[in-house]
Design a protein around this ligand. Structure first.
Ligand code: 0A1
Ligand code: ZN
Length: 849
């Protein structure tokens, strides 16, 4: 066991709050450096509490005055807040504090972004606004008065009064402080309305700076679709007369679900055909939906404490995935989700940052907004649905909302709703929440006398602090095909709950070909020895689209590993099978685009590491590029034909059908450019009337070391559009050759438009550096050094974004001795920095442990 940081918080230490809040009144007198916040909080003793210790969180607050029931008091100011001898009865606490939004560079609490005031309170930012029991199990209605000369003054709920220099808001729905929000700025609204299923009219606004008013229509449509979808699919209606969305340029995350006032990173809301790609449109639609869906899963039913974060996030991600599937394509969405899970969550689960979906301890909760909590959390919800069926799922959700509306609850409450609604015992299933690590499922097959027997064995490798793992309940969807490609056994969900289990399928006249883990029915790694021929057969014939794609992916991975580890040449058999599949006009172009994407370099590095060899990122990159060239050469005619015949004509539309065609033609373009030069890409660049086509062409050129002129033209065209310029910055680093990647990032960091305090811009360059595996891991160590330098520079200003980006180093133990030594030195340099934030120190501490 490693030594715990003294600041560690444990789930097992949870105690109910000593006092509850009946009502809150806040007044904000906004001023850039000296905003005054007046609070009037009605407390009452919590009958369920074990003590009467009155403690209010508060950080970076200047206390001006405090009163209890109107009488002045002098609270004891302690680390992280204040204490007071409070009455053992209901009372009113008042305080006046002063805060400095202008110097709030951490973007937590009340801060300024381009002259606009905004807040970010999740998880523990409200304590930087005023003294309060800043924990999600304290819920209250909020009255808010904002005093400022700025034209637009917003808070949660409904506006109840407005006059010269002030506005007043009231949110009747009791909420935890993390859902509080305030915005004040010179903004304009793209307005619309929605009529709910019970006939209530809701005013909708997307608030932006005037220059961005032409980029709001798509988000508004996405919002209306989300509202309708939640009514139709979950029976959940919106509950206020107003729903506001605000776009802000400086934001640490994607967006935030504050009650009735969602605040969005501008990159997650603003889109026009000229400035946003198809992928941006899809992401915006999903994030709008995600934040909206939180109104029920997160806000109406919230978390008892931050260990329960997956209660709202896993479920809400699952809901937004369902929504995207319904709006676009379920198979393609499943493939995209599986790719993300494998590239980011499996990576987390396999390294020093592995943690359970519901962690047991943390130092800084902001470090637990992870792919494990979000995406693996969503997978668990998906597995529950698979196990109890669609009807059982709906019944369980109805019961969950009915029972817990207005409450702050736990994963146990969530599972209990499933148990009570469906009669199923979920005690073993609950391990998914407690146990970190990705289960491996090993497959053995036998066929005799007309009976096919599938033997599945599960094991989960140890993770930090959890050496011994128990078997989990794994829904394994299986279908059987006969040698002609006909399905002889339709998809059936096997429940693997023991360490090893066999399943028999009788009455088969020939040995079947098994298609296992269809639809990626569980977040596990399947270990299934299959011949090249079987995989090619499944790529051609599997009736399950996910496994059809998976078969191609397995072939590609096996072929790449042979190239990297054994010096083999590109696998012509794979390339031919791929050529057949992508030529199949019965298949969705978006799906075919996914077939053309090879496993990523980081995924390959992990696969090599698991064979017991230290991966060489340079060699991985070279092999992957060689295979891409081989595909382009061998399938040149096929790819040019796809490129020509799937071009989208007519005006741009971001909807799935056209986006899928562009995904396919651009996948073809990037391959063809490798072997046929840049003419086709240059022509596309010139003709492009939308960002998808423009940036794809530019990317294809940069990869072959061309595109200088286009890069310049792009900058001239877009220098005034921050979001587009983020692409310009990022693409150059992503497309750089390994040995030039660090130098490219370094040069860009000296560009006059490199505003490093803006998280989007910082991530554009340094996120791309970390994402360019061969460049980041270049043996010179220049990538490591550069990233560490900049993280050290950012940490004092913005700990949250810094800590998140240290994850670039998390796989360090995979590599050879030289690289390990170089990375360790950078991690130690960061760990040893004077005044390092709690956020970053926790992350590097875990990586070095
Ligand atoms: N709840 C938001 C994510 C979020 C979390 C933390 C933030 O700041 C520290 C901001 C946003 C979501 O899931 O969308
Ligand atoms: Zn969320």
């Amino acid at each position: 066991m490693t030594q715990h940081d003294p600041r560690t918080v444990f789930l097992r230490d949870y105690t109910p709050p000593a006092y509850l809040v009946e009502e809150v009144r806040l007044t904000f007198r906004l001023a850039p450096h000296a905003t005054r916040v007046l609070s009037e909080i009605q407390f009452r003793p919590n009958p369920d509490a074990a003590d009467r210790d009155f403690f209010l969180h508060g950080e970076q607050l200047k206390l001006i005055s405090a009163h209890v029931d109107g009488a002045p008091v002098t609270p004891e100011l302690v680390e992280g807040g204040l204490r007071l001898d409070a009455p053992d009865a209901a009372f009113t606490f008042e305080a006046e504090v002063e805060i400095d939004p202008e110097n709030n560079t951490a973007l937590e609490g009340l801060y300024r972004s381009n002259g606009m005031y905004c807040t970010q309170c999740e998880a523990e930012g409200f304590r930087k606004i005023t003294f309060y029991p800043d924990r999600p199990d304290v819920m209250a209605p909020f009255h808010v008065r904002i005093e400022s000369d700025l034209p637009v003054l917003l808070s949660n709920g409904n506006e109840v009064a407005r006059g010269e220099g002030f506005a007043e808001w009231y949110d009747p729905w009791p909420k935890p402080s993390y859902l509080f929000a305030l915005v004040a700025g010179d903004l304009v609204a793209h307005a619309d309305s929605f009529t709910t299923q019970s006939g209530r009219e809701v005013a909708l606004n997307v608030w932006v700076r005037e220059a961005d008013i032409d980029k709001c229509a798509f988000a508004m449509e996405a919002l209306k679709k989300s509202m309708k979808w939640d009514e139709e699919v979950y029976g959940r209606e919106y509950d206020l007369d107003l729903f506001n969305i605000v776009a802000v340029d400086d934001f640490n995350m994607g967006a935030m679900e504050n009650k009735g006032l969602n605040i969005f990173n501008s990159s997650a809301v603003l889109a026009s055909p000229e400035t946003a790609t198809d992928a941006d449109f899809e992401r915006i639609e999903a994030i709008i939906a995600h934040e909206y869906f939180h109104n029920w899963t997160g806000n109406r039913v919230t978390c008892r404490d931050w260990f329960q974060l997956c209660l709202k996030e896993g479920l809400t991600v699952f809901r937004d995935q369902q929504f995207t599937g319904d709006m676009r394509s379920h198979p393609v969405k499943r493939i995209d989700d599986a790719m993300l899970l494998r590239s980011a969550q499996f990576r987390e689960d396999n390294g020093p940052l592995a943690h359970p979906v519901r962690p047991e301890s943390f130092v800084e909760i902001n470090n637990f907004y992870t792919v494990t909590v979000y995406e693996k959390g969503a997978e668990i919800v998906g597995m529950l649905k698979r196990l109890v069926g669609d009807e059982g799922y709906r019944k369980a959700l109805d019961l969950y909302f009915e029972r817990h509306d207005g409450q702050a609850v736990t994963i146990e409450d969530w599972l209990k709703a499933f148990e009570d609604a469906t009669g199923r015992d979920l005690s073993q299933f609950a391990r998914w929440y407690h146990q970190a690590g990705t289960p491996r499922v090993h497959v053995a097959e036998d066929y005799a006398d007309g009976t096919y027997t599938l033997t599945l064995r599960q094991e989960t490798p140890p993770t930090p602090g959890q050496d011994d793992k128990a078997p989990v309940v794994i829904p394994v969807a299986v279908g059987l095909l006969n040698p002609n490609g006909d399905e002889v056994v339709a998809t059936r969900v096997l429940e693997l709950s023991e360490a090893e289990q066999s399943f028999a399928f009788e009455g088969l006249s020939t040995r079947p070909v098994a298609s296992i883990l269809r639809g990626f029915s569980a977040p596990v790694i399947l270990r299934h020895e299959q011949s090249h021929e079987t995989r090619a057969f499944l790529l051609a014939h599997d009736t399950d689209p996910f496994n059809k794609w998976e078969a191609g992916r397995d072939l590609a991975r096996t072929g790449l590993l042979a190239m990297i580890l054994d010096g083999a040449g590109p696998d012509a058999g794979y390339v031919d099978a791929l050529g057949q599949a992508v030529s199949d006009e019965a298949l969705d172009p978006a799906f075919r685009a996914r077939l053309l994407a090879l496993p990523g370099e980081d995924e390959l590095a992990q696969a090599i590491f698991e064979t017991g060899t230290a991966p060489d990122p340079t060699a991985i990159h070279a092999a992957r590029e060689a295979l891409r060239r081989a595909i382009a050469e061998r399938l040149g005619d096929t790819l040019s034909r796809l490129y020509e015949t799937h071009q989208v004509t007519g005006p741009y539309s971001p909807e799935a059908k056209d986006a899928g065609r562009r995904a396919l033609t651009n996948a073809a373009l990037s391959l063809l450019t490798l072997t046929q030069g840049g003419d086709r890409a240059r022509a596309q660049y010139r003709a492009a009337d939308n960002m998808t086509q423009q940036i794809a062409a530019l990317g294809a050129l940069l990869v072959i070391g061309e595109g200088e002129a286009e890069l310049k033209a792009f900058e001239e065209q877009w220098h005034h559009e921050r979001l587009v310029m983020n692409k310009w910055f990022g693409l150059q680093v992503a497309a750089a050759r390994p040995e030039e990647t660090a130098a490219t990032a370094e040069a860009l960091s000296r560009h006059p438009a490199f505003d490093w305090k803006n998280p989007n811009r910082f991530r554009a360059v340094f996120g791309a550096l970390a994402g360019n595996a061969a460049g980041f891991h270049d043996p010179s160590g220049a990538g490591y050094r550069l990233l560490a330098d900049w993280l050290l520079k950012l940490d004092p200003l913005n700990p949250q974004t810094t800590a998140r980006m240290t994850q670039a180093f998390s796989t360090w133990k995979r590599y050879d001795e030289d690289r390990k030594r170089l990375i360790r030195a950078e991690l130690e340099r960061i760990a040893g920095a004077q005044g390092l934030s709690r956020d970053t120190s926790e992350m590097v501490g875990r990586m070095l442990a």
